[in-house]
Design a protein around this ligand. Structure first.
Ligand code: XMP
Length: 318
């Protein structure tokens, strides 16, 4: 693809020219945009790029490990991994309101990132995986829908940070970002990941969040996502995940009575995430994930499937 390689070459040249021999820092989330931006910038300036990965403790199972393998080892990016899970969990103690949780997580993220970025001496640039739709969204007048949920993208940064911005994907749409990623050699499954909200599992554990619930949800979600890949369904749905309800119900396992949490499996199909339908996943598939989750995840004894469309429901539960 001539246009694509041309774009990549031009952008690499521009980055080199702009950055010179200065240092760049980038908040790597493991999502598509920040990962493509990181690999592209690394191609231009190598180890002058220092990535910071903040593990909030609210990420998918083994996410930190996978990011270090995929981008640290395979692409040789310099990544400083910050395990901040305890900080986040302690800040979330006693907080159960969805918007309050978003605020707590967003603020804590900014605080951690701010601290860490200032530990990196002599960094002049801050790189971000801002893409064209983000630019448009931030320019448009926010309607009432933005009040429904504060879409706090944890990739966002405090404005008072005195870095110069580097945003090499600013002119690209999502599908173009994916193409650039693939052209740079990032594997298909990484470039085609479903979106993951900034507040992470913090808004997929309804009500108060604790370490045990995070572990339970990570296990259940990992089974669901793994099965979607196995049956070639992952790319056919737009966003899929498990939600943990703080509701306990009675079940039976062997000859023992159980009293455990309920997991809700959610899968949505959408093009713009403004409206969505629930995915018509095969019954056999749903049966498999329900059995696996109940049998393998201690703490869950009931699985429900969310059959609500958006509107009036939203894709996330909080
Ligand atoms: P809803 O639940 O509003 O979600 O239908 C639409 C899309 O936005 C994502 N989402 C978020 N992303 N911070 C984010 O970065 C948030 O607070 C947030 N809330 C929802 C959601 O995952 C879906 O893709």
């Amino acid at each position: 693809n001539w246009k694509l390689t041309n774009y990549i070459d031009t952008t690499i040249a521009e980055i080199k020219e702009k950055v010179g021999d200065q240092k760049v820092i980038l908040g790597l989330s493991g999502g598509v945009d920040s990962s493509v931006a990181a690999v592209l910038i690394h191609k231009a300036i190598g180890d002058q790029l220092q990535c910071i990965f903040v593990d909030t403790g609210l990420l998918r199972k083994d996410e930190g490990k996978k990011v270090m393998e995929n981008y640290g080892e395979h692409f040789n990016l310099k990544i400083k991994m910050i395990d901040a899970s305890e900080r986040f969990l302690s800040k979330l103690k006693g907080v159960s309101d969805p918007e309050q949780k978003r605020k707590v997580i967003g603020n804590e993220f900014v605080a951690v990132f701010d601290e860490e970025s200032h530990k990196i001496e002599g960094a002049k640039f801050l790189a971000q995986g801002t893409i064209y739709p983000d630019v448009i969204e931030s320019q448009s007048v926010k309607g009432p829908s933005s009040v429904i949920k504060s879409h706090h993208n944890v990739g966002g940064l405090p404005e008072e940070m005195d870095f110069e911005l580097l945003e090499p994907l600013r002119e690209l749409f999502k599908d173009e970002v994916r193409k650039v990623g693939e052209e740079l050699g990032i594997p298909h499954h990484l470039v085609h990941r479903h979106p993951f909200p900034g507040p992470g599992l913090g808004i997929r554990i309804l009500g108060e969040v604790d370490e045990d619930k995070v572990r339970i949800l990570q296990e259940a979600d990992d089974i669901f996502i793994g099965e979607l890949y196995k049956d070639d369904l992952y790319d056919k749905v737009s966003q899929a995940f498990v939600v943990l309800l703080p509701v306990k119900s009675v079940g039976v396992m062997g000859d023992e009575r159980t009293y455990e949490y309920t997991a809700v499996v959610r899968s949505a199909n959408t093009t713009d995430f403004m409206t969505a339908t629930w995915s018509r996943l095969p019954y056999e598939f749903l049966d498999t994930i329900s059995n696996r989750i109940i049998n393998e995840v201690r703490g869950i004894n009931r699985v429900a499937y969310d059959i609500s469309s958006k509107p009036p429901a939203t894709i996330e539960w909080e």
